[in-house]
Structure formats: structure tokens, C-alpha cells
Design a protein around this ligand. Structure first.
Ligand SMILES: [Zn+2]
Length: 216
């Protein structure tokens, strides 16, 4: 794998206007305003953070994995990546990253995919798709099942060899690593702190994350 590039942030946690720990397996959503900076911190390491972004003004304009990949000509996200929406707008731009790579292809785990990939008994395990839906129902943001499109997996390692195969590999993240992005428009962030126990995306041990927001 190509050498990872790390970019640190100068922002200090004590200056953040929002600071919250989200336990493993839970969903979370919040408005992030234009100019604010959003940090996702992997507290214990090797934790996949399934994430979607929507325009706050019009949630039908939302993170578009294909547009983002095409724009930057790369399937991995890191510092410099602009997260592009389905209408071609820049939602956020990644400004710091001490992990070095984030997945755009692996998607979110679900009861259905757990059943197909692992075994029928896995159907009732917690999944990111259910966490997304529970959080959307709780927060009542006018965003629903049909709005769950291909998501970002922050900190997840899905290498793609020359033949084009996908592997859910052991992580490249570690305790205290973070990714930080600046909102270029008012957005809604939707997160599932992945509960997956059937593959190494969370090192078989889902752990909490810390979310911080700084005002412009
Ligand atoms: Zn998951």
C-alpha cells in the first residue's frame, strides 16, 4: 500500500463548542454550519465510523460517493478531499487527517448483508443501517430510508488490489487518530458508530468515538 500522509490540526479540544463521546454501536446526527470544523476521533483505534452528509437546506442534495471519487480521481479520502454532493456542491473539505485513508466503497453493514455474508443467525445483530434509521427516526429530520446512499467509512481499511477486488482488512487507524473537515455549506451529519463483530473493520471489538465541533 502507498505510504500514508498525515496532516495534523492546530485546533485544541478545549476550544471546541461541541464535544461528545458516542459509544460503540450507537447512531448520532447533528447540524454542522458553514465554516464550522468537525473532528471525528478514534478513541481506542480500529473503529469504523459510517457517515453520511446532507445539505441542511435540502436533504435530497447529499454526499455522493461517485462524484467525490471522480472529482479527486482517487477511491480513498484524506486531507484535501472535497466531499461532493449529488448536485455537485462541496459539502465539506477534509483539512486534517492523522489516519491517512478512509473508505468510500465498503458501504454500511445491515441485517441483510450480515445474513448473506456471515450466517442466518447474524440477522438480529446490531447494524449500521439500523442505527442510521433509529437515529433518523429519533431526530425527525425529514430524512428517511430512501436517503441512505453509499456512505463514507471513516478509519475503515478496504484496500483494492490491481485486479479490483475488495477486502475488509485489518485497520490502519489507532488510538487517538482523527479526521477533521470544514463545512463548506450548512450540513446534517449522520453517523453510525459501527457495531460490526463479523469482520476486522472494528478489530472485532467496537469502541467509542469522540466528536468535536469548532466554530468559524
Ligand atoms: Zn457497520
Amino acid at each position: 500500500m502507498a505510504a500514508l500522509v498525515y496532516t495534523e490540526s492546530r485546533l485544541r479540544p478545549e476550544d471546541a463548542s461541541f464535544d461528545q463521546v458516542v459509544e460503540a454501536g450507537l447512531g448520532w446526527s447533528r447540524a454542522i454550519h458553514r465554516g464550522q470544523t468537525f473532528r471525528i476521533l478514534d478513541l481506542e483505534g480500529n473503529q469504523a465510523v459510517d457517515t453520511l452528509f446532507y445539505s441542511a437546506a435540502d436533504p435530497s442534495d447529499r454526499y455522493d460517493a461517485l462524484a467525490t471519487i471522480r472529482e479527486q480521481k482517487n477511491i480513498f479520502l484524506t486531507t484535501g478531499t472535497r466531499l461532493i454532493s449529488s448536485e455537485g456542491n462541496v459539502l465539506l473539505a477534509i483539512t486534517a487527517d492523522t489516519c491517512g485513508r478512509h473508505d468510500t466503497l465498503g458501504g454500511a453493514c445491515s441485517a441483510e448483508s450480515n445474513t448473506v455474508r456471515y450466517s442466518p443467525e447474524k440477522r438480529h445483530m446490531h447494524s449500521c443501517r439500523d442505527s442510521f434509521l433509529l437515529e433518523l427516526a429519533r431526530a425527525d429530520r425529514g430524512i428517511g430510508k430512501r436517503d441512505l446512499t453509499s456512505n463514507i467509512n471513516f478509519f475503515m481499511n478496504v484496500p483494492v488490489p490491481p485486479a479490483g477486488g475488495l477486502t475488509f482488512a485489518d485497520g490502519v487507524s489507532g488510538s487517538g487518530k482523527y479526521v477533521e473537515m470544514k463545512a463548506e455549506m450548512d450540513v446534517i451529519a449522520l453517523i453510525s458508530n459501527c457495531p460490526q463483530l463479523n469482520n476486522p473493520c472494528n478489530a472485532y471489538n467496537p469502541t467509542p468515538i469522540r466528536l468535536l465541533i469548532w466554530d468559524a
